[in-house]
Design a protein around this ligand. Sequence first.
Ligand SMILES: Nc1ncnc2c1ncn2[C@@H]1O[C@H](COP(=O)(O)OP(=O)(O)OP(=O)(O)O)[C@@H](O)[C@H]1O
Length: 232
Amino acid sequence: MLLKVEGLAAGYSGVDVVREIDLHIGKGEVVALLGPNGAGKTTTLLALAGVLTPTSGQILYRDLPLRGTLHQRARRGISYISEQGSVFSRLTTLANLRLGAGSVGDALALFPELEPLLKRPGGLLSGGEQRMLALARSLAGKPELLLVDELSLGLAPLIVRRLLERIRAAADAGTAVLIVEQHASQVLSVSDRGYVLSRGRLSASGTGAELLASSGALRSAYLGTRAEDGTE
Ligand SMILES: Nc1ncnc2c1ncn2[C@@H]1O[C@H](COP(=O)(O)OP(=O)(O)OP(=O)(O)O)[C@@H](O)[C@H]1O
């Protein structure tokens, strides 16, 4: 197992907002972390990325405890794309790509749409183009583990599909991916498995197909209603 999380708790100013999180991700898997607004998805990701220090539990990466800052984790092959997009707005697209661990050529091969935008400051790219830039920079570095937050935020479904296809292809080439999403169905279509978080705890898990089929688990997490089909 590439990443194994046991009993993780994390929060802000001494107050835990996620508790008892157990999850695992294997090489080449796309795993979705789903749940409504405020469930604790970003907080979980921040703890895994090294931005927040967990208050309890352990994170094992290649069977060893994972410690250190975001940058130290990046050197161990972990790439994190934040909800804000991780794009430097004053730097050009090209300069943003050069900051990655991989080559600009590899990044452009993944997203040729970025080629005409190379001289434009990152801050002037559209939301979808910024997500492509962040993903191109990350995937060109061939990370072992990609942690990505709310890829679809405010984007048209067609662009989301394109980004998700690239993520699936990267996973098929060996990258493990944990992807946080509020909108379940599109991301589950490219995921091997998913976990559902509600009010800071995991409330369901299963393969993408299982979670989609058992809409009761998702409904109960999102609407706070009880699952009618016993899959909660
Ligand atoms: N910096 C912070 N300080 C204090 N509380 C915070 C902070 N960031 C988030 N929270 C709280 O932690 C809880 C979980 O937030 P988190 O952002 O992890 O949820 P989420 O599932 O990612 O939600 P969303 O889909 O809206 O991004 C929420 O109640 C939120 O208000």
